[in-house]
Design a binder for this molecule. Structure first.
Ligand SMILES: CC(C)(COP(=O)(O)OP(=O)(O)OC[C@H]1O[C@@H](n2cnc3c(N)ncnc32)[C@H](O)[C@@H]1OP(=O)(O)O)[C@@H](O)C(=O)NCCC(=O)NCCS
Length: 162
């Protein structure tokens, strides 16, 4: 892995995160129109600022040597000390270099620090890299929620820490 810095995002990073994340999400062609519109909104400066305000240490970023945002994840503690992974995005040019894994490990450490015993998340069944990536990170496929959010099928994943 090249020299990549992983850290919690601050307010000053939000514009760069939005600029990085929006095109990455637009490439994910398997989302339907309504879902894509929602995804794009969630990566807008306005919504990312909201996330930052309400979600302590919840946005994690990967920075290149030149301090450009090349990866991000968003996670938060939901009820009962279970952490939800909302986003995980890595710049196409930097994939398969361990950055996704490093972001996840950082988020899992933070979730543990916040008292969580488990993390869970979803992925689109058409998202083939995630089928390989999640088990590598110790996640187990719980099953498929049919016709779930935005009437799309979703694979649900979990990793229990303790
Ligand atoms: C999924 C994604 C985050 C993976 O990030 P990444 O930085 O390429 O992953 P890493 O390099 O950390 O890979 C970790 C492990 O998963 C494996 N892996 C990752 N992508 C893979 C792929 N496309 N095919 C096979 N294995 C893959 C790696 O080989 C590695 O295995 P290892 O630990 O045995 O070496 C990245 O492909 C991505 O950003 N995709 C588009 C956005 C997306 O789909 N996000 C998830 C839904 S929000």
């Amino acid at each position: 892995m090249q020299k990549v810095k992983i850290r919690v995002a601050k307010k000053r990073d939000i514009r760069a995160i939005s600029k990085f994340g929006t095109p990455v999400v637009k490439e994910m062609k398997f989302y339907n129109r309504e879902h894509m519109a929602r995804n794009i909104y969630e990566l807008s400066i306005r919504d990312l600022n909201d996330t930052l305000r309400h979600n302590r240490n919840g946005i994690v970023i990967a920075l290149s040597d030149s301090n450009s945002v090349i990866g991000m994840c968003v996670h938060y503690v939901s009820h009962g000390h279970v952490d939800w992974l909302d986003w995980l995005l890595v710049d196409k040019r930097y994939r398969k270099m361990g950055i996704g894994k490093a972001l996840m490990e950082f988020a899992i450490k933070d979730a543990k620090k916040k008292g969580c015993h488990k993390m869970w998340c979803n992925s689109n069944p058409e998202n083939k890299p995630m089928l390989k990536f999640m088990p590598k990170l110790g996640f187990r496929k719980i099953g498929i929620a049919k016709r779930h959010a935005f009437k799309e099928d979703e694979i649900l994943w979990e990793r229990i820490f303790g």
